[in-house]
Design a protein around this ligand. Structure first.
Ligand code: DAH
Length: 339
């Protein structure tokens, strides 16, 4: 039996050395060390041995088992290492091969101009307020002194959801929401989307953007309005840009005005872009109507304020010399890539 065990060991070790993958190793483990393996078979025969030989053969069998286990571990480590080396060689990277170019995007021109405007206003002490795009008619109209019967409330101009709920036609309702929830002094801007039943053309879209502004405090005058809006225009379009404040009418301001910027193309002499006017309209503004202040519980005898609403598309078109608003919505990379 000693000889059988010795032969088993020699045979096992040489087969192990010849094995060249994990599967072959596992088969050998089962063949020699498994429950039905060769060593177990030898141990089974021990019953027929004289009592004094059993421990000797038992010990020898254990030694052989350990030898085979050790050899198995060594061989298995060697096979794994070889497999790893082989894989590393196969997966060699050529870092000099040119990569696939990734095109990095950038902000939309309107976002660029909006961020500039926000920075300018925040620099002047304004904070940024938000309001809902789906709005009550009371906020969009009544509380802004635009009473039933006013043409702006017409079904043909406004997207009504119900009789009382609509897609806001202007950012001005945010003025009311802010004044209802904050005490003066108030200094906010509120950018956002607004909706009107307009056909799409070079200067119209049923959805566009405004930036609302509101300042309420003691002793606010039209001079503050002019100074603030001039500061905005000069920072956005350059210190030499002229503005023109034209009388106008809005129900929620008194007096009201529209502010024009001198045409960026012709400098005021009149051209195609400014339709021969020399000026391009940028925004509506005015002194907050006493009725609007009183309606939100602010005493118009004590406080006054100014407000304005700027068209963000207009502002962007002026900033970059874009002559068709549709370009801003079409997501044409040939256009967007220029900014
Ligand atoms: N909401 C006006 C519009 O959409 C713009 C406007 C005019 C806003 C005067 C104001 C304002 O805050 O005071 O045409």
């Amino acid at each position: 039996m000693k000889q059988t065990l010795a032969n088993l060991q020699t045979q096992a070790l040489s087969e192990l050395n010849a094995a060249c993958d994990a599967k072959a190793l596992e088969e050998l483990r089962v063949k020699y060390l498994g429950k039905k393996g060769e060593i177990t078979a030898v141990l089974r025969q021990m019953g027929g041995l004289p009592a004094d030989e059993r421990p000797v053969i038992g010990a020898l069998a254990n030694t052989v088992r350990e030898e085979i286990e050790a050899a198995l571990a060594v061989r298995s480590a060697a096979i794994e290492a070889a497999a790893l080396t082989e894989r590393l060689l196969r997966e060699k990277l050529d870092v000099t091969i040119p990569g696939t170019p990734v095109s990095v995007g950038h902000r939309h021109p309107m976002s660029i101009v909006l961020d500039e405007a926000k920075d300018i206003f925040v620099g002047m002490g304004f904070s940024i307020a938000e309001g809902p795009e789906i709005e009550f008619a009371t906020y969009n109209f009544d509380k802004l002194n635009t009473l039933p019967g006013h043409p702006a409330r017409d079904m043909t101009d406004t997207f009504y959801i119900t009789d009382d709920v609509l897609l806001r036609t202007q950012t001005s309702p945010v003025q009311v929401r802010v004044m209802e929830s904050q005490k003066p002094p108030i200094r906010i801007i509120s950018p956002g989307r607004v909706y009107r039943k307009d056909e799409v053309d070079a200067t119209h879209s049923p959805m566009f953007h405004q930036i609302e502004g509101l300042v309420v405090d003691k002793g606010i005058t039209m001079g503050d309005l002019k100074g603030t809006l001039n500061a905005l225009v000069h920072k956005l379009y350059g210190a030499e840009t002229n503005t023109r404040f034209r009388p106008h009418h809005f129900p929620f301001t008194e007096p009201s005005c529209e502010v024009d910027v001198q045409c960026f193309v012709c400098g005021g002499s009149g051209c195609r872009v400014c339709k021969g006017e020399g000026w391009i309209e940028l925004l509506g503004a005015g002194m907050v109507h006493p009725k609007v202040l009183a309606g939100v519980g602010i005493d118009p005898e004590e406080y006054s304020g100014f407000a304005f609403g700027i068209g963000l598309e207009r502002m962007t078109m002026l900033r970059f010399g874009i002559d068709d608003m549709r370009l801003l919505y079409e997501n044409d990379m040939r256009f967007l890539g220029q900014f």
